[in-house]
Design a protein around this ligand. Structure first.
Ligand code: ZN
Length: 142
């Protein structure tokens, strides 16, 4: 799913440092790809897109950039079974819905006012620090 982000264009200036990570030109362009189209690309998807702006970049460099961005909490790495890691620039707490018929991965958020403890029977005293929810299915077409 192409989900263009109007706040992020090819001209948007990216800071030289984000969350303590020095943003090299390569990291900036990788980050731009993830912010522009929030469709959970794989490293290879990012590589194909970033080549428009950085024709000499290698796939290994793209992986290094993605890893640095993930380690600094600037983007999230999402793993789905039996497929390559995807990258997500939505840092709000959310889960994913994997549409098996199209392969599209949708962000899904909690409805306002709903807490995990309202719907899940957690062990007493459990403090949730990280949420990773993946739902799989199909979206019915009308
Ligand atoms: Zn996501």
């Amino acid at each position: 799913m192409v989900n263009p982000n109007p706040e992020f264009s090819a001209e948007t200036e990216i800071p030289e440092e984000i969350s303590g990570l020095r943003m090299t030109r390569q990291r900036q362009e990788v980050y731009r790809i993830l912010m522009q189209e929030r469709n959970h690309p794989t490293a290879n998807d990012v590589f194909m897109r970033v080549k428009d702006r950085l024709p000499n970049i290698s796939l290994a460099t793209v992986y290094n950039c993605l890893e640095a961005l993930v380690q600094h909490g600037i983007i999230r790495q999402v793993n789905f079974e039996r497929s390559s890691s995807r990258y997500c620039s939505n840092l709000q707490e959310h889960g994913h819905f994997h549409d098996k018929s199209t392969g599209v991965i949708h962000d899904v958020v909690f409805k306002p006012g709903i807490n995990l403890t309202d719907v899940l029977d957690l062990p007493p005293g459990a403090l949730v620090e990280d949420v990773e929810i993946t739902l799989r299915g199909k979206i019915a077409t009308a």
